[in-house]
Design a protein around this ligand. Sequence first.
Ligand code: BGC
Length: 514
Amino acid sequence: MAVGGGIAAGNGKQYEGRVTPFVVVACLVAATGGLIFGYDIGISGGVTSMDEFLEKFFPAVYAKQKSATGHESQYCKFENHMLTLFTSSLYLAALIASFFASATTRKFGRKISMTIGGVVFLVGAILNGAAINVAMLIIGRILLGVGIGYANQSVPVYLSEMAPPKLRGALNIGFQMATTIGIFAANLVNYGTAQMKENGWRVSLALAAAPALIMTIGAIFLPDTPNSLIERGLKDQAREMLQKIRGTPNVHDEFSDLVDASAVSQQVRHPWKTILEPKYRPQLIITCLIPLFQQLTGINVIMFYAPVLFKTLGFADDASLMSAVVTGLVNVFATVVSILVVDRFGRRVLFLEGGIQMIACQIGVGVLIGSVFGVSGNGTFSKGLGNLALALICIYVAAFAWSWGPLGWLVPSEIHPMEIRSAGQSINVSVNMFFTFVIGQLFLSMLCHMKFGLFFFFGGWVLLMTVFVYFFVPETRNVPIEEMNRVWKAHWFWGKYIPDDAVGLSHKSSDHDA
Ligand code: BGC
């Protein structure tokens, strides 16, 4: 049974043009949106493990840590709902903001959304850096979340629209790449500021202003996309922009496709209703499950809480933060691997290999922690076992970084026909943010109650999602977006949902409506 096999790539349409320095610079600037997302993911774990920060804002957690006699459960020493709310409130704000952002992005252009995102984020960073109470911290973090919601909604759309079609995949992972660089930068900053006598946490939080400034200033100077200009009735400007980014006056074909696509997209009055039609069921289900599964890999336990986790395992303060730097670096380099192989070996190979590698590591870490800390949570790692745990966690992070990390964003963005792509993308962003919030909010409680079993819990989910991919996620490598319906039609399970007339007749796609 050819469960998930794809079809050979069709004769995708080739437009004229080349990759111009102009478009590369524009995309690099736009990708700094990933930087602010990543900086946030990486910064909170380090900050919440700093004594001065805890003492000032979360004295109960601090007192619990300090009064520890060494006999109580290590699993529970960081459990505090206000502390987790600090980390996860951002994602709830981002979820809600992404719906507003999608309207702004459509009506006023991608550039405006990016600028709004940058400015709101900047204000959030300032509030956080100046915080004197928990309220300022959380309000600041909500503003950062609104900034992220706007950025994550508009930047991928911007990149997809600016990029020449054959580079769209690579640029999509470019956004994830920027995210991992942001996480790593935050890990490094935390390591540095933790050495400061006081106010290290303040510097860490305030430095979020740096990527925000880069993004805001960049967005002010960025041109808007031809697609957005057409949507707003500025056809002449749109044609000029297309000529500029493609480096040729000869853009007739692409331009007229954009105009058509915009017309089709405007005909679909209710994309949210349309996406519920049975013929879009495969896309709808996959778009809901992929971001859910991405979060259930448990990656953000590491990204948010690595220093806390390592401290729980008995690492010293310094070693905990250094370990977070190490996992951050692995995350960046392993993402490069996915950029190099995703179009050569395909998405499924990465999903399946990454899944198996993650399960093995999760079982290993669970067994290791279980054997040292048991159910009571009393114990300490020897140096050797601590290093083994760190190594297993790095191998797990690498697996995520070349599989579910980039593919969690890439696959949902490439499986929808144009008329529902925008709605599908919003679902992807909001489901992702929602479950990022849930994991962020629940992890410390889960660790406290499920103990080492937590690692088996996530391992079980990865097993389930790997089986799901094997049977239900078709290969989309090299398949032009406008021919994606043929992949669904050829699939052993999803095929029945796709009407015959939808095959080969899906609308002329474009990079128009990411
Ligand atoms: C995920 C984030 C995660 C990051 C780690 C992203 O794809 O959406 O939740 O923290 O990867 O690199």
